[in-house]
Write a protein that binds this ligand. Structure first.
Ligand SMILES: CC(C)(COP(=O)(O)OP(=O)(O)OC[C@H]1O[C@@H](n2cnc3c(N)ncnc32)[C@H](O)[C@@H]1OP(=O)(O)O)[C@@H](O)C(=O)NCCC(=O)NCCS
Length: 187
């Protein structure tokens, strides 16, 4: 899949992207809300491999796309929408940018596209996002795109890839299809 926006090209990952991902995933600003040591190059290579494998699944239920600057091809970060079960019509999103590119609206521009992939290509009814309460940039992004907070999770063990960590207070955000359709014209 490839998606163009005003400033970005969202595209599938390739093995050549590992160094760029490893480059920002060791930045202390990026790591502030992940409560872990810097990602190793091997971990980033596994992440990129996983994204490539998802792109080959059929039916496809996970999209994790590289965010690149359409003017020069530089990788700025990535974002994705995933569902464990197409029939559930529920999915979640994730997004990350190299700190070098924060504060310019690139993540919001990319996540708008990934929401469209979720609601149109995956035909989801609702999309969830989880976020550490203190991660204000991420909270602002979710509000900007129309997400509403539905739940607070007290500090405690994470889930999935965070299962080995004790996480601080987190919030669960939700965007429903009808709200997304309503807002699409004013994004
Ligand atoms: C979460 C994260 C992607 C947010 O990045 P971000 O740069 O703040 O978000 P955007 O790229 O959408 O930029 C929005 C900001 O750019 C500003 N901006 C500047 N120029 C802009 C432009 N031309 N268009 C739009 N916004 C612009 C906006 O005003 C906004 O600033 P504000 O939040 O102070 O109001 C980033 O902090 C990150 O990667 N963090 C590490 C990973 C992470 O935490 N992921 C989320 C896990 S839940």
């Amino acid at each position: 899949m490839e998606k163009l926006t005003e400033r970005l090209l969202l595209r599938e990952f390739t093995e050549q992207d590992v160094d760029a991902v490893a480059g920002f995933r060791r930045d202390p600003r990026y790591l502030e809300y992940y409560y872990r040591s810097p990602y190793t190059r091997e971990e980033c290579a596994r992440f990129v491999d996983k994204c490539i494998a998802w792109s080959k699944e059929s039916p496809r239920c996970k999209f994790q796309l590289a965010i690149t600057d359409r003017s020069n091809g530089v990788l700025l970060g990535d974002c994705g929408v995933r569902t464990e079960n197409i029939e559930s019509r529920r999915g979640d999103i994730g997004y990350e940018l190299s700190p070098v590119y924060w504060g310019q609206g690139f993540a919001s521009e990319a996540v708008r596209v990934i929401l469209q992939v979720g609601f149109e290509d995956l035909d989801l009814d609702e999309i969830e996002a989880r976020c550490v309460v203190a991660n204000k940039r991420s909270v602002r992004l979710l509000h900007r795109l129309g997400f509403e907070e539905t739940e607070r999770i007290s500090p405690g063990p994470g889930r999935g890839e965070f299962a080995d960590r004790i996480l601080p207070e987190r919030c669960v955000f939700l965007l429903r299809r009808d709200k997304w359709i309503e807002r699409t014209h004013v994004f």
